[in-house]
Design a protein around this ligand. Structure first.
Ligand code: CMP
Length: 132
């Protein structure tokens, strides 16, 4: 089924000039980039974007990190793109993510894990409205 997802290349990866390398993995897989945007999260946007985590002990660190530099957001389209993207990016913690996944190859730590992707259609609908 053709669907869409949102990815965010996070500040740690933008700072290390990994935007092209990361986006190319989705194009190589046959997915289309429908929209692309470089932006800085404001604290308000970050709190909304990560609202599901607002009771977690790492919430303030998460907001500080995602607002610490430029990010690149993209809407990606293709068959089963939500689930396939989760495989392409790998597990949340880069230490547990397989080699060949984006987080496995480039993630620095659980916070600076290089990329975010929507985990469901519901998350995509909410997240895309905050970013685009
Ligand atoms: P992301 O996919 O952007 O969604 C929420 C983020 O919270 C996640 O990636 C991680 O970067 C971060 N995160 C999850 N668990 C922890 C943790 N235990 N400590 C710090 N950050 C975390």
């Amino acid at each position: 089924m053709t669907e869409q997802t949102l990815i965010i290349v996070k500040p740690d990866a933008v700072k290390r000039n990994l935007v092209g390398e990361i986006l190319s993995r989705f194009e190589t897989k046959g997915f289309c980039i429908l929209k692309l945007k470089m932006l800085n999260f404001t604290a308000e946007m970050a709190e909304q974007f990560y609202a599901a985590h607002n009771s977690k002990p790492f919430f303030s660190e998460l907001v500080s990190f995602i607002t610490s530099g430029k990010v690149v957001a993209a809407i990606i389209e293709g068959d089963n793109v939500i689930n396939v993207t989760r495989e392409i990016i790998g597990k949340t913690n880069p230490k547990e993510a397989n080699s060949g996944t984006i987080r496995g190859d480039y993630g620095i730590g659980i916070l600076e894990n290089s990329i975010h992707a929507s985990d469901s259609k519901e998350s995509f609908d909410k997240e895309v409205n905050i970013i685009f």
